[in-house]
Design a protein around this ligand. Structure first.
Ligand code: DP6
Length: 370
């Protein structure tokens, strides 16, 4: 598929108003997306677990407006007007206008809320942008279905196309958001060994996944709830002219091949090695950018060292990953949940800000609410 496949045939805009609500989860990358080309095209493929508990609910209301020469929208987080979110949404609308030509015909009200506290340091861009993309897709679907001549074109708007285009649009809002439409394991970015993989949207991992990964657990330790000093978007850009960029992109491609083996065999030791190496390589890229920076905090390192010591002592399969921040995602198989939760409570919670953590696990993707 190419970008062109997401440009709709003309539809007549004959719906006055309406509203849709979608709930969309966050995701945690195992092989990280870090570095992008123009138009939100990733430098390397990535793969993530879709989460279950950390999610955003967005209601998008729309009503036809008179003039159609500019975007018009209001945005609310937990019923509070959030004008500081507007530039990001405006950029998003500009990027997707070609693919959703109705955008300037309506005034939109975007009402959004997160299941996680907004000062948790958990990025809401993946869940937020995917929820908004899904609401917009529901509008497009309605416009197409209400158009008699077009709805006659069988299969034009099947579920597969809906999800692919939602992921395609979400990507243009925030790269990692394209991995939040479906679950439970999503690949984004073209990889020669993964059939159907694309730089344009996320796909469900198409091969066999061993039982060991069923219901995998993710406990998110909130080490630092403050705003990040360097945003992901700025971080991605620092991969241009980065001395290790090409090697990093190769490493990610190789790690994805290794992971496909791990998913087949269920080898949890190999899983740990790939996932932890990915997390530390991501942060190594930040530390070796110009300007260089560090997002981990002393407590991030305390937690990592305690996990390594615990693993040595107990032969547990607990491991960690990091996103672009100080918080630590603790990943472990469901069968080890009791033992690992005890370890977290006894040894790791002390390193969390105000003792806060979130228990999450693999999830199955977004859901339409209304
Ligand atoms: C470290 O998707 O937030 O979490 O495309 O600029 O919005 P933009 O970046 P974003 O980057 C996420 C980076 C990451 C790794 C990952 O999720 O793969």
């Amino acid at each position: 598929m190419t970008e062109k496949d997401f440009i709709p045939h003309n539809y007549t805009i004959n719906i006055e108003s309406g509203s849709f609500t979608w709930q969309s989860p966050s995701n945690i990358a195992l092989v990280k997306y870090w570095g992008k080309k123009e138009n939100q095209i990733p430098e390397n493929p990535s793969i993530s677990f879709t989460l279950n508990t950390c999610k955003t609910t967005t209601t998008l209301s729309f009503s036809k407006k008179e003039n159609n020469d500019e975007f018009s929208f209001g945005i609310y987080l937990d019923d509070e007007k959030k004008d500081d979110f507007k530039p990001k949404i405006e950029t998003f609308f500009k990027r997707i206008e070609n693919y959703l030509p109705f955008l300037k015909d309506y005034h939109f009200t975007i009402e959004t809320s997160n299941s996680f506290p907004h000062s948790s340091g958990i990025a809401s861009s993946a869940s937020g942008m995917s929820a908004l993309a899904l609401c917009l897709m529901s509008i497009e679907k309605q416009l197409i279905e209400s158009n008699v001549s077009l709805s006659a074109v069988e299969g034009l708007f099947d579920n597969d196309y809906f999800n692919k285009k939602a992921s395609f649009l979400a990507r243009l809002g925030s790269g990692s958001a394209c991995r939040s439409i479906e679950g439970d394991l999503i690949v984004w970015g073209n990889h020669k060994n993964i059939e159907g993989s694309s730089d344009l949207f996320g796909i469900k991992y198409p091969y066999k996944v061993h039982e060991n990964f069923k219901n995998y657990q993710d406990t998110i330790l909130l080490v630092d709830k403050g705003e990040k000093q360097v945003s992901s978007t700025v971080g991605h850009n620092l991969m241009h002219n980065h001395p290790f960029a090409q090697e990093r992109f190769k490493q990610a491609n190789n790690n994805l091949i290794k992971l496909t083996d791990v998913f087949k065999t269920g080898d949890l030791k190999a899983f740990t090695e790939i996932v932890e190496s990915e997390a530390l390589s991501l942060h190594a890229m930040m530390m070796t950018s110009l300007p260089y920076y560090i997002l981990m905090k002393p407590n991030t390192l305390e937690i990592i060292n305690k996990i390594w010591a615990f693993r040595k002592e107990t032969n547990s399969n607990v491991c960690f990953t990091l996103d672009a921040g100080a918080n630590v995602h603790i990943l472990y198989p469901e069968q080890e949940a009791e033992q690992v939760m005890k370890f977290i409570q006894n040894e790791l919670v002390a390193h969390c800000q105000n003792g806060h953590y979130i228990c999450d696990r693999i999830g199955y993707g977004s859901e339409q609410m209304l």
